[in-house]
Design a protein around this ligand. Structure first.
Ligand code: IPE
Ligand code: IPE
Ligand code: MG
Length: 259
């Protein structure tokens, strides 16, 4: 099955199975309070806890959070340093609670650029929570949508060199299955906080048919109610995947899926 049909399986259910969030606006939140930008990142961790809890209550299966982009290394070294420290301390403090709540933690992105300590914390938390199935929390760290497609392309090229696949047999599925989370459904709902209307190199391939939602709320102010509002907006959308609304309303998509 290709990812396109995987996404179509979600159909027009009221609650998205997979929500992906660009948590933006921490710096501006801090600036408004005459605090250092890093105070905004610390406040952002609290918003993550609220949203995660609400996702569990609403029956969301997967929550993917953009925590650090492959371009965020361009920021002042002190800010990058504080962010890395925050990742380590949050993992140390929160992994047990996540585990107790049945949450599986997964990381996507190029982990090789992180310190040994952070890489160790990441693999410990992934290992500890790997059998949990209530909700999967995916953290995109040193992640870029272009990087993801690039690494999939390299894997394909290697398989062609080895002769395990031929160039002519490369399909959408070949790319799909080599991306960062081939086993998870594609995001149904994308949320970006902080009032910017862009993807900023987050999931590029996987967002092809995702519903997009933008809010001016700065990430540290985003809470349970804000998430409910986003889910409500999602429930009011009609996902068409190229079909007409008449086809969707007559249950055509379900019949196609059943075939
Ligand atoms: C998002 O908030 C967090 C990260 C990118 C790590 P920002 O730090 O980008 O906040 P603004 O956009 O400067 O307000
Ligand atoms: C996107 O936010 C990355 C994360 C939220 C981690 P940015 O603040 O880095 O995005 P741009 O630079 O404004 O596009
Ligand atoms: Mg920003």
């Amino acid at each position: 099955m290709t990812k396109q049909t995987k996404n179509e399986e979600q159909d027009n259910s009221e609650v998205p199975r997979h929500i992906a969030i660009v948590m933006d606006g921490n710096g501006r939140w801090a600036k408004k309070r005459i605090l250092p930008r890093t105070a905004g990142h610390q406040a952002g961790v609290k918003a993550v806890q609220k949203v995660l809890k609400r996702c569990g209550e609403r029956g969301v299966d997967v929550l993917t959070l953009f925590a650090f982009s492959s371009e965020n290394w361009r920021r002042p070294v002190e800010e990058v340093h504080v962010l890395m420290e925050l990742f380590v301390s949050t993992l140390e403090e929160q992994t047990e609670t996540l585990h107790e709540n049945g949450i599986r933690l997964r990381f996507i992105g190029d982990k090789s650029a992180f310190s040994e300590k952070l890489q160790q914390e990441i693999s410990n938390s992934e290992e500890k929570t790997k059998n949990n199935s209530r909700l999967t929390l995916v953290i995109a760290a040193n992640y870029g949508g272009r990087w993801d497609i690039l690494q999939a392309a390299k894997k394909i090229a290697r398989d062609v060199e080895r002769g395990t696949i031929s160039a002519d047999s490369i399909s959408l599925e070949s790319i799909d299955s080599r991306l960062s989370f081939p086993d998870l459904p594609e995001p149904d709902l994308f949320i970006r906080t902080g009032g910017e209307y862009r993807i900023s190199n987050f999931l590029l391939w996987q967002l092809a048919y995702t519903e997009l939602y933008f809010t001016d709320t700065l990430w540290p102010d985003f809470n349970e109610k804000s998430l409910d509002l986003a889910i409500e907006a999602y429930a009011g959308r009609q996902r068409r995947f190229g079909y007409t609304s008449e086809q969707i309303e007559s249950g055509y998509l379900k019949q196609e899926m059943a075939r």
